[in-house]
Structures are given as structure tokens and as C-alpha cells.
Design a protein around this ligand. Structure first.
Ligand code: PLP
Length: 381
């Protein structure tokens, strides 16, 4: 084929989006699907008032760092909840989702051929984003502990990217692990990108933001979003917190790509920031309780999964099935109408797993899905 960039042609589709598109197609044809593939939790959220948002400003481009009111709310939240000092004028950019924020940050720090260390299972977009920046993703197999990541550093390494709480493992990085990564970064002059999109999906208060340890943000670059914590993924509002110098480089990318996020939505979230939190916090708790109940169900029926207690995901082992994870998920979807995401999308070392999300379906439907996974493993062993 000619006329296309080789780098873009070689990029994979996001595995989770690919399977969710299949789900939408089945649903459009009237098939009832047990959905365990979506990357969000569904909350019951009322539509709060748009009436008192500033008119006509909402019609126009806003500040390309994001409107000051929203930056201030987000920085207050980071200070009070996670003990991270953030200057709303210089150390934060609000953009069109944290996915875009992470990509822009890669653009700001990578030159062609630079390497990024990505522990597996890895969120589906990190390797492809690195490739789209002409960089080289270095996937580290899921059996390698955080303490051993340093062995994968070369003189081309620029970034280590982690995700806490972790999609899809549910693991929360400890203060010790984060400190260790910052030490590695200091020794080898690296950035640590810390994707904290699920920061409020932790029941026991164990969440530590990387920014609370590296308070000057010498190495830490933190990403977050309203998509998961506030349950409004469709509004595409995410943000990056970094030191002033890096923020300025990312700002230029933001200005050339999107100018600013949707102004009206920024005003809505800034205006209703605390009421929204009051609405979503108890619902996050309910999702985590559902997670606990389903973990017990998996133990009862003998499904194995990687350890972790946060978020609404499980990374479930399909051993001893002889199917690869893509074939497994396709059969599960087409024959049993249960949707999950193939582990191979999370790295070469993860083909023996599927990602199960318990954020959207009711408890009993999720239990039904788990039983179907177990049955398909048994049928194909
Ligand atoms: N990071 C992780 C780990 C995610 O799972 C997702 C969404 O699925 C994102 C980032 C992107 O979220 P958004 O672009 O909606 O802020």
C-alpha cells in the first residue's frame, strides 16, 4: 500500500476500543451482551445546570492551559486529597482527555529512536503512542518486579511509564516502589510518567501520587482525568501536572493540536466541581464493593487473576485454555455474548489473560460473565 505513513500503518488499533466496537455492532443488531469490556464505571449522575455558565465566553476558545477556574479546582484537589503542591499558573495543562495529555508529553520529551520502558500489562495506548512519536517502546514482561526495571535502561531510555492504580491489574504502587523508580530516574536522567486516571478507585487509602514524593517534579509527570473519577469520559477532559519547563513544552504541542478543550465543559466542571465529587464518591465505593464481591466469586469458581484490589478491572488468567486471548475473547463474545478484552493488547507477555471490567454491568450479570469465562476455559483446555 502506498500513500500512508509506515509508522501509522504499523500502529495497532486500541484493543479495548476494537472489542467495544464489536459489542456496539452486536447490540445494534438486537443481541443482548454482558458487557465486561468497557473502560469505565457507569454512575448515576444528574445533569447539573448549564444556565449560569458564563455566556458568551462558553462559545469561544479558552486559555490553552485550560480555564483558570478549573485549573485552580484541580490543583486544590491535588493538594488536599493527594498532598501534591501544584501551581495552577505554571504546572498544569487541561486538555482533551488524559490520553491526549500522555501523547503530548511523549512528543515533548522523545526524539526519534528514544526508548520508553513500559511494564506489562501495559495500558493499550502507551506503546502505540511512543511509536507514533518515532520512539521505541520497551515492554517489560509481567513477571518482572518493579525493582528489576532498571536492568532495561539503556543510554536511549528517556521515560518509564507506569499506571497507578493499575488498569488492568488493580495494583496500587506503594510509596517504596515509587521512590525506587524516582531513584532510577535520578541515576539515569529519566522522566517517570505516572498515569493516575483511577486515583479515587482505591478503598483503603493506599493511593500515593508520584507528585507527593517528587514535590518539585524533577522527574515526576502526573496525568489524570475527569473520565473515570467523575464518570464523564465522553467530555474528554484530562490534564497533566509537570514542572514549569516541561509544562511549557507540552503547552506548545497542545496549542498546535487542539488549542484548548471544549470551553463549555471546562466551565461546567469548574462550576460544579465539588457537587460532582459528592455525587460520584459514594458510587465509586459501591463499584469497589462490587469488585470485592466478584473477587470472592472468582475464588469460589476457581478463576485465577493477578493480585490487586483497586479499580474495577481484573486481569484474569485463561490458562490452561489452548486458545490465544484474541480467539478466546472473540469466541466468548460471539458464542456466549460476553465481552472482555484480549490480554495480548496489554503486551506480548499477556496472551494468557483477558481483561474483565466490572464497572458497567450489575453484579449478577458480571457473575454470569465470569461463569462463562470459566466454562470456555474448561471447554478449550
Ligand atoms: N490511562 C488509563 C490507564 C486508562 O485506562 C485510560 C482510559 O481508558 C486513560 C488513561 C485515558 O483516559 P481519558 O483520555 O479518558 O482521560
Amino acid at each position: 500500500m502506498t500513500g500512508f505513513s509506515k509508522v501509522v500503518m504499523d500502529a495497532e488499533q486500541a484493543m479495548s476500543i476494537k472489542y467495544n466496537t464489536l459489542v456496539y455492532e452486536l447490540q445494534r443488531r438486537g443481541t443482548k451482551v454482558t458487557v465486561m469490556s468497557l473502560g469505565e464505571a457507569f454512575f448515576d449522575i444528574p445533569l447539573l445546570s448549564f444556565d449560569d455558565l458564563p455566556h458568551p465566553q462558553i462559545f469561544h476558545y479558552s486559555h490553552s492551559r485550560g480555564i483558570p477556574e478549573l485549573r485552580e479546582r484541580l490543583c486544590e484537589y491535588f493538594r488536599s486529597e493527594y498532598d501534591v503542591p501544584v501551581d495552577p499558573e505554571k504546572e498544569i495543562i487541561v486538555t482533551a482527555g488524559s490520553k491526549a495529555a500522555i501523547h503530548m508529553a511523549f512528543m515533548a520529551v522523545l526524539d526519534p529512536g528514544d526508548e520508553v520502558i513500559i511494564p506489562e500489562p501495559a495500558w493499550v495506548s502507551y506503546p502505540e503512542q511512543v511509536k507514533l512519536c518515532y520512539g521505541k517502546p520497551v515492554g517489560v514482561p509481567c513477571t518482572v518486579p518493579t525493582d528489576d526495571l532498571e536492568r532495561h535502561v539503556t543510554d536511549r531510555t528517556r521515560v518509564v511509564v507506569i499506571n497507578t492504580p493499575h488498569n488492568p491489574r488493580g495494583h496500587v504502587y506503594t510509596k517504596g516502589e515509587l521512590r525506587h523508580l524516582l531513584d532510577v530516574a535520578e541515576r539515569h536522567d529519566l522522566w517517570v510518567f505516572c498515569d493516575e486516571a483511577y486515583s479515587d478507585f482505591v478503598m483503603d487509602g493506599s493511593f500515593v501520587s508520584l507528585g507527593s514524593i517528587d514535590r518539585e517534579k524533577r522527574r515526576a509527570v502526573v496525568f489524570n482525568s475527569v473520565s473515570k473519577n467523575y464518570g464523564i469520559s465522553g467530555w474528554r477532559l484530562g490534564y497533566v501536572i509537570a514542572n514549569e519547563a516541561l509544562t511549557f513544552q507540552i503547552l506548545k504541542v497542545n496549542q498546535h493540536l487542539i488549542t484548548c478543550p471544549a470551553t463549555i465543559l471546562e466551565h461546567y466542571v469548574a462550576r460544579h466541581f465539588y457537587p460532582l465529587l459528592e455525587i460520584t464518591k459514594p458510587q465509586i465505593r459501591a463499584v469497589l464493593e462490587r469488585r470485592d464481591a466478584l473477587q470472592r466469586s472468582m475464588d469460589e469458581i476457581g478463576l485465577q487473576y493477578l493480585p490487586g484490589a483497586a479499580t474495577f478491572y481484573f486481569f484474569v488468567s485463561i490458562a490452561p485454555s489452548r486458545l490465544g486471548s484474541e480467539e478466546f475473547c472473540t469466541r466468548l463474545l460471539m458464542e456466549d455474548h460476553v465481552s472482555t478484552v484480549p490480554g495480548i493488547g496489554y503486551g506480548a507477555s499477556c496472551d494468557g489473560f483477558v481483561r474483565v471490567s466490572v464497572g458497567t454491568a450489575p453484579l449478577e450479570e458480571n457473575r454470569h460473565g465470569l461463569r462463562k469465562i470459566k466454562e470456555l476455559i474448561e471447554k478449550t483446555r
